[in-house]
Write a protein that binds this ligand. Sequence first.
Ligand code: DGL
Length: 258
Amino acid sequence: MNGKIGVFDSGVGGLSVLREIHRLLPNIPTVYFADQKHVPYGPRPHAQIYGFVRQVVEFLIEQGAEVIVLACHAGSAASLYPLREAYPHIPFVGIEPAVKPASIATKSGVIGVLTTQATADGELYRKVLTQFAQGVRVITQVAPRLVELVEAGIFGTDEGKHIIADYLDPLMAEGADQLVLACTHFPFLTDDIVSVTQNTMALIDPGLAVAKQVQRVLPAQFVPSDAPHTYFTSGDALAFAKALKILIGITAPIQTPT
Ligand code: DGL
């Protein structure tokens, strides 16, 4: 029997990664888990996030996941290293702030990283800064209210754009020309962000790079199959079904774990 790719996030953000996995690896079945009972992860301590992530990982393994994608920066910051130790037989694909491409592309020498607290506090972030941001000025902006906007499905409103502007005005004032979207919820705000920045910053969405990494680690026994993709939330199934349709155009039944 074919294994599945398990993909999870605290909420709907990981769908920005899932859509790239579906594009790159059509016909490889996926199982997505949104831990909306506990969203947001970003303001929580790492130990608590790791506790939630362990439960999600156990569940995904029960559902047949043989490769697991942490489509969540905060979840990766709190869990990637300990998960690899706890489950040595499972390939885990984590996600780290995309500082490398931003540092390569910047002309002004200033980049912004839009993220959440748990990611900003993590070792993964410290590591990429040391490795890739030498000689570049990095401004870290923690933006928890943007997670709330995406979870609530608030797009294209003046209120949302004001919130975005409050976070991004200081970065624009400092001349940042790259904006790393270091939270998987944020690519869904692209239109609103661009309307605030007026294209003064290039937005870096790591979704495709993560999908390519999934392709690289996919074990050989994964073969194309017409098994359906499946979707779970620990929160409200109807609300998640609506978000799935609006955000990535998929209509599918949503299950809740029992
Ligand atoms: N989508 C998540 C991330 O990439 C987390 C947002 C949150 O739950 O705070 O970090």
